[in-house]
Design a binder for this molecule. Structure first.
Ligand code: PGA
Length: 255
């Protein structure tokens, strides 16, 4: 059975003191949740303090990006080795905001996913179509392109460590969520694709999160879809009560 994973992507929000306040609230409220993976993904500047705050907690630490090289002359970049050193477990790669604003491509996503895996960290690889692509009927083509490009050359053994986050771009930060049926349809397509590219076992065991305006009001319906194994939460992960409620509802599926 696939273990449910709920991750909060804080994006470019929270100073260190604000981040600590949020994470201390989450620790208090979520300390007895054992059956699912809970991940917080603060900005780089807060990773050190949050790592300390999460020592011996059931909440794991994630980072929002990583460079594909481990060190060198890459001003402004952070390497997977540095993230591992600070206590990170998961690394988000290929978020649509990075694809849209910072020139991330399938090729760079692929190099980053491989580098993260090589460092023994777990990638959360984001994929998903834009509104115009959905309206043009090319949703599945975009999903195929992102998955084939992002996972190119990754072995069956390694691919099972990847979490895929299906995030339709038109649903991110817009308040517009994909309907549970739309999300399930995309997740099922991804599983079929994994079967084609790998095999039945990968298709059955790889975890696929949904992301895009997930909130306490819609998590129940989404998480109860057979092929949705969790959520990548943006806006609602910035408020203790909202993220707690999303995790608690999802934990019901984990049992
Ligand atoms: P949102 O962001 O929940 O604010 O829509 C999701 C994401 O970008 O991962």
């Amino acid at each position: 059975m696939r273990r449910v994973i709920i991750a909060g992507n804080w994006k470019m929000n929270k100073t260190i003191s604000e981040a600590l306040e949020l994470v201390n609230g989450l620790k208090r409220e979520l300390c007895d949740i054992e059956d699912i993976d809970i991940v917080v993904i603060p900005p780089f500047t807060a990773l050190g303090e949050i790592a300390d705050a999460l020592t011996s907690s059931n909440i794991k630490l994630g980072a929002q990006d990583a460079h594909w090289e481990q060190k060198g002359a890459f001003t402004g970049e952070i390497s997977p080795t540095m993230l591992k050193d600070i206590g990170v477990t998961y690394v988000v790669i290929g978020h649509s905001e990075r694809r849209i604003y910072f020139g991330e491509t399938n090729e760079t996503v692929n190099k980053k996913v491989k580098s993260v895996l090589k460092t023994d960290l777990l990638p959360i690889m984001c994929i998903g179509e834009r509104l115009e692509e959905r309206e043009a009927g090319s949703t599945f083509d975009v999903i195929r392109d992102h998955i084939e490009g992002g996972l190119k050359g990754i072995s069956e053994q390694d691919v099972l460590k990847v979490v895929i986050a299906y995030e339709p771009v038109w649903a991110i930060g817009t308040g517009k969520t994909a309907t549970p049926a739309q999300a399930e349809e995309a997740h099922l397509y991804i599983r079929d694709l994994l079967k084609e590219l790998y095999d039945e076992s990968v298709a059955k065991n790889l975890r696929i999160q949904y992301g895009g305006s997930v909130k306490p009001e819609n998590i129940k319906e989404l998480i109860n879809q057979e092929d949705i194994d969790g959520a990548l939460v943006g806006g609602a992960s910035l408020k203790t009560e909202e993220f707690v409620s999303i995790v608690k509802e999802s934990a019901k599926k984990g049992v």
